[in-house]
Write a protein that binds this ligand. Structure first.
Ligand SMILES: [Zn+2]
Length: 185
């Protein structure tokens, strides 16, 4: 499993270097508008949705509050609400883009014991699941194939978010902009 995931770790480190300082990568993606390059697929005022670079399954996304904190209890009411609403939109987008049978969703809080790799900027993982899936990564061990798969998933998810009510697309290579609470998902 480590051999399969190693190329992704390397790419992740290179991406971090591109931010030119030792800032948090989630804060860097929050503040930059190269959304397609970073695989930021949707944005609200207080949170955004990022496709995982080394997915557990196709469509594995993270819903990330803008606040740089690892402490869930530090989030204010507006952020909690928007973070939750963005999760609702993510479930809907994944369902229409990829037709999963189920989801896992959750937070890793409190450092390495929880299994997270970035523990000072909290993020909720949303992982689509299919009946009988174990993990597609061992099957697809070719990095180029995985990159293409993630890019294809990005396009599909982007389209699914853009089709939701209360969203708009501000420009080429930009994330779908979420302008209103979710309705009729
Ligand atoms: Zn951060």
């Amino acid at each position: 499993m480590d051999q399969v995931f190693a190329p992704w770790r390397i790419e992740w480190v290179e991406r971090e270097d591109e931010t030119a300082d030792d800032d948090c990568v989630f804060c860097a993606f929050r503040d930059d508008d190269a959304d397609r390059e970073h695989r930021v697929v949707a944005r609200g005022d207080r949170a955004f949705v990022l496709l995982n670079n080394y997915p557990y399954n196709p469509g594995h996304v993270m819903v990330i509050p803008h606040d740089h904190t690892g402490e869930y209890r530090a989030l204010d009411d507006e952020t909690l609400l928007e973070h939750a609403q963005l999760k609702q939109r993510a479930f809907a987008a994944l369902e229409s883009a990829l037709s999963p049978d189920a989801f896992n969703a959750g937070l890793n809080l409190g450092g390495s014991a929880a299994g997270g790799s970035i523990d000072d900027h909290l993020h909720t993982h949303v992982v689509p699941r299919w009946d009988g899936d174990t993990n597609f990564m061992p099957v697809v061990s070719d990095t180029k194939v995985i990159v293409e798969a993630v890019e294809d998933t990005y396009d599909r998810l982007h389209e699914a978010f853009a089709e939701q009510e209360g969203t708009s697309v501000p420009g080429a290579d930009r994330a779908v902009r979420v302008e209103a609470p979710p309705k009729g998902l």
